[in-house]
Design a protein around this ligand. Structure first.
Ligand SMILES: Nc1ncnc2c1ncn2[C@@H]1O[C@H](COP(=O)(O)OP(=O)(O)OP(=O)(O)O)[C@@H](O)[C@H]1O
Ligand SMILES: [Mg+2]
Length: 286
């Protein structure tokens, strides 16, 4: 039997008011439990907009988003609430959403209070310490207010809070780009541990292709609001097919502007029509 996806989107589109072009145009893909799906693409290509759509922050006017096999557009308010609770969005600026007057301890207790988990005080204290250690902080930080932490420390508290919710899936929008390499690795290890523990799925948005290559099973490439290519990570890095993907990968290996320029012409001429499977699991907008 095929595994039930955590979410599936079909031809999802979204436009901001007063903009001539959709920020996300007919995006289709799905995420399985325990899967880490990377989303890459140039600045302004629609990654963060897609992230917000997937967490129910915006309602899509066109296309469908299925959660638990049901179209989220048909959700009752109770179902919508349950869905919103089982998805978490961690953005690069997640730390801005920490309430300034709550101690780190209180911030990390709140998810358990909302979800009604870890009601027993001792068990809750153990879990909170586990989380705070996992993001490289210590017990001493629990008494502090967000304003008494560094930016990277605040970001780590925000990540710990999202994981405390034990989401079915986490949408991580450049969650570690403000952290140094060793902390990045530590936070990513935490995501892997949570995935192992609960089967959490992760949509991982990153500019760092090295991280994506290491960390993700499949990758989707966005360009101008469209998902133009999707494949298993190895396949995508070994044989990119869309000219934009080629440019993205070429820029990493050789910053030669001439290569860049010729690929730009190819990109401009790239068709953006039907979605084609060029080899098993490798999809291309052709
Ligand atoms: N609140 C908003 N109102 C109007 N337009 C917006 C808004 N947020 C984003 N956009 C536009 O939507 C498009 C997609 O933006 P989005 O933030 O999704 O891109 P992104 O791929 O996340 O880029 P980056 O890599 O820079 O974070 C851009 O053209 C952007 O200008
Ligand atoms: Mg973004």
């Amino acid at each position: 039997m095929e595994k039930q996806p955590l979410f599936e989107l079909k031809n999802l589109s979204f436009s901001y008011p007063r903009s001539s072009r959709p920020a996300v145009e007919r995006a289709s893909f799905l995420l399985y439990p325990g899967e880490i799906f990377g989303l890459v693409g140039e600045s302004g290509s629609g990654k963060s907009t897609l992230a917000k759509l997937l967490c129910g922050r915006y309602a899509a006017p066109a296309g469908q988003l299925f959660y638990g096999g049901k179209d989220t557009a048909d959700f009752s308010s109770a179902e919508r609430k349950a869905w919103r609770q089982s998805t978490q969005l961690v953005s690069q600026s997640a730390s801005a959403s920490l309430s300034p007057r709550m101690s780190v301890q209180k911030i990390l207790e709140e998810p358990f209070r909302i979800a009604g988990t870890y009601r027993q005080k001792d068990a809750r204290a153990v879990r909170i310490l586990e989380l705070i250690h996992a993001v490289g902080l210590c017990g001493e930080h629990l008494a502090r207010l967000p304003g008494e932490l560094s930016g990277g420390q605040r970001q780590r508290v925000a990540i710990a809070r999202s994981l405390a919710m034990e989401p079915a899936y986490l949408v991580a929008d450049e969650p570690v780009s403000s952290l140094d390499a060793s902390l990045q690795a530590q936070v990513l290890a935490l995501l892997l541990a949570q995935r192992k523990k609960s089967g959490m799925g992760v949509l991982f948005i990153a500019h760092d292709l090295g991280l994506v290559q290491q960390f993700c099973g499949r990758v989707g490439v966005m360009w101008q609001g469209k998902l133009v290519e999707l494949a298993r990570t190895e396949e995508l890095f070994d044989s990119p097919q869309h000219p934009y993907t080629k440019r993205l990968l070429a820029a990493r290996l050789s910053p030669d502007p001439a290569v860049h320029l010729s690929l730009s012409e190819e990109i401009a001429a790239a068709p953006s029509g039907a979605w084609e499977e060029t080899s098993p699991g490798h999809f291309l907008m052709a």
